[in-house]
Design a protein around this ligand. Structure first.
Ligand code: PFF
Length: 511
């Protein structure tokens, strides 16, 4: 039975959901480390340039496509040209099977650490605890070594929470959850920032390593400087959750009169603002820990899971008082940020399935979450961290970026960017300038092409992370191949013919 397409209850509800998707673990553990490594405050220059040149134009593109077609990525692509449908499927399939399988497992780590915070259960040696006792990481990605039951338990709980949200229609599920999660996230983060900055040594570290701009690191005349620019473009893409079809899906639930450009501006701006604010907490906490332990800041800082599960617990150990509460707060922030991104990943796939097979979203989300839980089991094994690292590398460097290039080609060249710009301007709100056409036709795909070529060159010159080549091929190549195959198969089921026909308003209006 097919259902009527649901709509967001309010503009704010939509924005909160979109920002909830964008603000994720990466805003906390990826941005700060990148800023530290790449010139501190100076990193903001390539970061903001990337935001304006590729992030914002692509966000507008995704919103516009979803809004114009009122459809998930495969249906929107199929309407433009049926040959492109597999690529429309590829994005949500990657979001689902390439990311949610391990993203839930990371949220489960956060849940476990949330519980451990109550008695600082990680002990004095946080590094040994995380790798040897909690994850019990095996020696090779081929040696699965059995399931880690506490991790599986958290994973089941995460899937259950996500299912209970995605199962309902968008207004009563995702929108309602986002209106609770996002304000909660902001309040918790601000408490954490305020608390961190009051710690001994925090302000000095913030001034010295975060706010001080080392402009020499971003010079376009050096190879190292150019790498920083490429890294900034990659980060913008990842942080805004672009290239997965999520924003296409979310925008498909918008009403006819919508300020597309304005919404895209707000989403981009608030997401990046969140990263910059969270950076104060990270630099402050690490600065405090470095001072308390008498180690140089350079040795203390790290990014990714090492920051959350090794460095932060160590800093929490050093706190003079209320350390349990600090830990609970920090891991709660990660859990909330993670779940609000997770639901958007599930939604992109589930909306695509509902569009194509005309089944109810209750049925679709139940089956999808069931399959997702099954797929996550691989990452709850002792080899989980290693496999996750490989899969994440391939998804971020290839699938995500290729998704972005495809969107630019389909909208910029096949549909024609002018047609889309006219649609945006007819929908009301801020006016989209012709500069946008140049960006989505030339600048954005060109830069994404440079990023993907750089990644290819890097992977061919040295095996990523020193993993055995066959492990990279099996897990990294495997996920790319498997997602592509799934997309290809799904695109071969027929559409109900009325779905492909859509009456757009005539495009005779002015620019
Ligand atoms: N934007 C999220 C972050 O910065 O952590 C990560 C993410 C979530 C990427 C959802 C992609 C996605 F579809």
């Amino acid at each position: 039975m097919s259902e009527k397409r649901s709509l967001w209850g309010s503009k704010v509800g939509f924005l909160l959901a979109a920002i909830g998707s964008a603000v994720g673990l990466g805003n906390i553990w990826r941005f700060s480390y990148m800023a530290y490594e790449n010139g501190g405050g100076a990193f903001l220059i390539p970061y903001l340039t990337a935001l304006l040149c590729t992030g914002l134009p692509l966000m507008i593109l995704e919103y516009a496509l979803g809004h114009r077609e009122k459809a998930s990525p495969p249906l929107a692509f199929a309407r433009i040209h049926h040959l492109w449908e597999p690529l429309g499927w590829w994005m949500p399939v990657v979001a689902f099977s390439g990311i949610t399988f391990f993203y839930t497992v990371i949220i489960s780590w956060c849940m476990n650490y949330f519980c451990l915070s109550f008695n600082l259960g990680w002990g004095a040696d946080t590094q040994a605890f995380f790798f040897n006792r909690f994850l019990r990481v095996s020696d090779s990605p081929f040696v699965l070594g059995g399931i880690r039951w506490p991790i599986l338990a958290g994973t089941v709980l995460t899937w259950l929470i996500c299912w209970s949200i995605c199962y309902r229609d968008v207004r009563h599920g995702i929108e309602k959850a986002s209106t609770i999660f996002m304000p909660l996230l902001v309040v918790l983060t601000l408490i954490l920032v305020g608390w961190s900055l009051r710690l001994d040594g925090a302000l000095d570290a913030v001034k010295e390593y975060y706010l001080k701009a080392d402009l020499s690191k971003i010079s376009l005349f050096t190879a190292a400087g150019r790498k920083v620019w490429v890294a900034a473009f990659g980060q913008i893409f990842f942080t805004l959750s672009l290239g997965f079809g999520i924003m296409i899906t979310y925008a498909s639930y918008l009403p006819k009169k919508t300020d597309i450009t304005g919404n895209a501006l707000v989403t981009c701006f608030l997401n990046c603002l969140y990263s910059v604010i969270a950076g104060f907490a990270v630099f402050g906490t690490i600065g405090f820990m470095a001072k308390a332990k008498g180690v140089p800041f350079e040795e203390a800082i790290t990014g990714g899971p090492g920051l959350a599960f090794v460095v932060y617990p160590e800093a929490i150990n050093q706190l003079p008082l209320l350390n349990h509460i600090f830990g609970v707060l920090f891991f709660l922030v990660l859990i909330v940020a993670g779940i609000s991104s997770m639901i958007s990943l599930i939604e992109a796939f589930s909306c695509s399935v509902c569009d194509k097979f005309s089944i109810s979203r209750k049925k679709a989300s139940s089956v999808i979450c069931g399959i997702g839980l099954f797929g996550s089991i691989l990452f709850t094994t002792r080899a989980g961290l290693l496999i996750l690292d490989i899969v994440d590398h391939f998804i971020n460097n290839y699938a995500l970026i290729l998704g972005g290039i495809v969107e630019c080609v389909v909208v910029g060249w096949l549909l024609k960017s002018q047609v889309m710009r006219r649609h945006v301007n007819k929908s009301g709100g801020l006016r989209l300038l012709p500069l946008w056409d140049i960006s989505v036709r030339f600048i954005t795909p060109g830069i994404l092409f440079i990023i993907v070529s750089g990644a290819l060159l890097g992977d061919f010159s040295a095996a990523y992370g020193n993993y055995p080549v066959n492990a990279l091929l099996l897990y990294g190549g495997g996920v790319l191949f498997f997602t592509w195959l799934t997309a290809f198969v799904l695109s071969h089921f027929p559409w109900k013919s009325e779905k492909l026909k859509v009456k757009h308003d005539p495009d005779k209006s002015l620019f």
